[in-house]
Ligand binder design. Structure first.
Ligand SMILES: C[S@@+](CC[C@H](N)C(=O)[O-])C[C@H]1O[C@@H](n2cnc3c(N)ncnc32)[C@H](O)[C@@H]1O
Length: 194
């Protein structure tokens, strides 16, 4: 059933999905490896699709009530609402993530997990989404991003802008296609903070 919806969505929006198959459980585990099970603040997932990374967060012991999922496909949103009834699930465009988070009354997220096909988006869109996401990420929180090419898709100028630290987390070959993961962590404080 999940794969049937995936294929229907892929036929409609191949670039928005970016992959012919949903993410594997091993990729999900790699994406959330760094996240502390004791995280108590909200965790934002961008482009959750069929929920492979969401399931990995729950396997880690994260409280479902703390999850905020932003997905543009109504079909995936319907599926996610069935899988994760306690999570906050928004059908929306992550290019509006600042507005979405302010409407939810959330100023800062503890962690951000992204399955967005950032490489398939234009440079300006990629930069805008990453900049806005870092602005609502708490100090010492991480933005973790999957990539289907061995290049980090979080733009260097955004990383530099936030004096953030980039770390390569590894590759999983048991995903179709093989997937690379990078994590960018915000510093404890920005240089211009009080
Ligand atoms: C590679 S898929 C994620 C796959 C997911 N990890 C899974 O296993 O199902 C990328 C997802 O990002 C969503 N997406 C793409 N652009 C988006 C946007 N601008 N706003 C919100 N969601 C978006 C797509 O609809 C798709 O569900």
């Amino acid at each position: 059933m999940t794969y049937k919806i995936w294929i229907q969505e892929y036929i409609k929006h191949p670039l928005a999905l970016g992959a012919l198959f949903p993410s594997s459980a091993s990729l999900g585990s790699l994406m959330v490896k760094h996240i502390d099970a004791d995280t108590i603040g909200p965790i934002l997932e961008l482009g959750p699709g069929t929920g492979s990374f969401t399931k990995a967060l729950l396997r880690k012991g994260i409280n479902e009530n703390n999850l905020v999922l932003v997905e543009q496909s109504q079909e995936f949103v319907n599926l996610l609402k069935g899988f994760f009834p306690k999570a906050t699930i928004v059908c929306g465009d992550v290019r509006q993530i600042s507005q979405i988070s302010s409407e939810l009354g959330i100023n800062q997220f503890d962690e951000i997990v992204s399955g967005l096909p950032l490489n398939a988006m234009g440079a300006a869109v990629r930069r805008g989404i990453c900049n806005d996401s870092f602005s609502i990420l708490k100090p010492r929180g991480s933005f973790v991003q999957v990539s289907y090419i061995p290049i980090c898709s979080i733009p260097k100028n955004v990383i530099d802008n936030y004096s953030a630290e980039k770390k390569y987390c590894g590759v999983t070959l048991t995903n179709m296609p093989p997937a690379f993961v990078w994590r960018v962590t915000k510093p404890k404080r920005m240089l211009n903070d009080e």
